[in-house]
Design a protein around this ligand. Structure first.
Ligand SMILES: [Zn+2]
Length: 268
């Protein structure tokens, strides 16, 4: 599980790099929550966190750890100071696009966090448009332009895209509060930077789908023992649940996940 942190200062800057003076990505308010990105600490006293879909670094002195909600006594729950988030769209609804990093494989998650930070430092305002994608949504997108009206948006049927394994993400420009896929004129340079920085981060890009970055393994290895052994519970539970759900709905194509020796419960 990724740790959750709550802001204790009146305002706390989310910065590109873990140092005072680094460009500010967002200003978090007292009581706001942010999540660990899983990236290792690069600077003592700073944490790499995700806040409202944006990544950056915050001074740990003004963050307090929020215990797991289930383990918390009712009286200990933080009092929300901002309006509650809308109820999440069910994960199986094909139009539901997810953009948080929690369900990505931890190695890939860390690479994406590093990539976003390096792009921000280079002045290219990319954000995660889509991260984990269910097989149900992959089918829905695949059907577009084939059995459903619209233009073709993907070459990959369900389980033939790294998105179903938590090993792909789509990064899109976010300018003046709006997503932009424009790749002509002055914005062309940003997309070139995305390709360069992704390659430097050891990630694969696709010539036919500019926003897409993925972990450079085969689909076979995506469900193989190496990635299984280095995954975390949030990632593994989700891939397993998605494969089960897909099979139980009578569909073909779900991967056979590498057998994993899960550690037993520690004796009390
Ligand atoms: Zn993609």
């Amino acid at each position: 599980m990724l740790s959750t942190w709550q802001v204790t200062a009146t305002a706390l800057n989310l910065r590109v790099a873990p140092q005072v003076g680094s460009p500010i990505v967002a200003v978090m308010k007292q009581g706001d929550l942010c999540t660990d990105t899983g990236a290792p600490a690069t600077q003592a006293g700073w944490l790499a966190v995700a806040y409202q879909g944006r990544l950056g670094h915050a001074n740990a002195q003004y963050l307090r750890s929020v215990p797991d909600a289930g383990a918390m006594a009712a009286g200990d729950r933080p009092v929300p100071t901002s309006p509650p988030a809308p109820a999440p769209v069910p994960i199986t609804q094909p139009s539901a696009r997810q953009s948080d990093l929690a369900l990505l494989h931890p190695r890939f998650r860390q690479a994406v966090a590093g990539l976003l930070a390096s792009l921000a430092q280079a002045g290219a305002p990319f954000r995660v448009f889509e991260s984990y994608r269910t097989p149900e949504r992959q089918k829905w997108l695949y059907d577009q332009g084939r059995t459903r009206p619209g233009s073709i948006v993907t070459k990959a049927p369900p389980w033939r895209s790294m998105h179903q394994y938590g090993l792909a993400a789509d990064l899109v420009l976010f300018i003046d509060g709006q997503w932009s896929w424009r790749d002509s004129g002055p914005l062309a340079a940003h997309w070139a930077l995305l390709r360069q920085h992704a390659a430097a981060a050891g990630l694969r890009t696709l010539s036919w789908e500019a926003p897409h970055v993925e972990w450079p393994v085969s689909l076979e290895d995506a469900a193989g023992p190496t990635l299984m052994a280095s995954g975390d519970a949030a990632w593994l539970d989700n891939v397993e649940a998605s494969a089960d759900r897909w099979q139980q709905a009578g569909h073909d194509g779900a991967p056979v996940l590498a057998a994993l020796q899960r550690p037993g419960l520690a004796p009390a």
